[in-house]
Design a protein around this ligand. Structure first.
Ligand code: PEP
Length: 261
């Protein structure tokens, strides 16, 4: 089976209500679905309701723009002040969730144990995790990237109590996020292959088509063209460039392997 590629926009906390709705409407109006490609946007939590109203038709099609959250609760619905329940996310048509972004690992002290709970909750509630891994600059410079990433995967997925239907791993070197610097293509390929190998050992019965490995960190409309040609790059997690209509739509078109090859 051919894997569909993913272009996922992480809006972080950049856009407010009016700007978020305007961007979602503009994307709906101008997005041209590409073969074998899934597009997901991840706005801030309070925007999900309003944006889901902009995307109702899209959410029912396989080639529309889909909705994801930037985090997920580690608990079932109940006495968890400030959390958002999985059933509410599903009601809003939000079927993807970014988990373990480096900004949350660092800024919100999210631990491996917490991330494992979140991953289990997402999978048990039918939400596809976009699990972020990536090394800091000192690890990259000391050439310890592969061991670091493998440890991040093993910390959450060994003895994992759920079987994912779909799993997305986003390789995001921390030093590449927001820096306009990206790793060499051969480095990205090596890391993605290593992630793939590690996951095959951690999930021996999960079909390989169900696992996608995407790259994130300073992706733009230009550098995506060569990165998408790498055999193990299944798409992108896009930060800053995803809040510009023109940039995000260009990444969507330029990440069409058939188109660029
Ligand atoms: C991100 O933080 O997920 C990201 C990819 O950011 P940027 O594209 O802005 O580097």
């Amino acid at each position: 089976m051919k894997k569909s590629r993913l272009i996922i926009g992480n809006w972080k906390s950049y856009l407010g209500l009016a700007d978020g709705i305007a961007l979602a409407k503009a994307l709906v109006d101008h997005h041209v679905p590409q073969a074998n490609q899934i597009v997901v946007i991840c706005p801030q939590f309070p925007l999900l309701g309003a944006i889901s109203q902009v995307l109702p038709f899209h959410q029912q099609t396989s080639n529309g723009i889909l909705l994801g959250s930037q985090d997920i609760s580690a608990w079932d619905a109940g006495a968890h002040t400030g959390d958002v329940s999985h059933s509410l996310l599903s009601d809003l048509g939000c079927h993807y969730s970014i988990i373990g972004h480096s900004e949350r690992r660092q800024g919100n002290q999210e631990t491996d144990a917490m991330l494992k709970e979140k991953l289990v909750m997402a999978i048990n509630n039918g939400i596809t995790p976009i699990f972020c891994v990536g090394e800091p600059l000192n690890v990259y410079q000391s050439k310890q990237t592969l061991a670091f990433i493998e440890a991040q995967l093993t910390a959450v997925f060994s003895d994992f109590p759920a079987i994912p239907d779909q799993l997305i791993i986003a390789y995001e070197p921390i030093w590449a996020i927001g820096s306009n610097i990206i790793p060499r293509l051969s480095e990205i390929e090596t890391v993605h292959q290593h992630i793939n190998k590690a996951l095959q050992q951690l999930f021996p019965v999960t079909p390989s088509e169900s696992i996608r490995i995407i790259y994130g960190g300073s992706v733009n409309a230009d550098n995506c063209k060569s990165m998408i040609q790498q055999p193990s790059v299944d798409g992108f997690l896009v930060g800053r460039a995803s809040i510009s209509e023109l940039d995000f739509l260009s990444i969507i078109v330029n990440s069409n392997k058939e188109f660029t090859s």
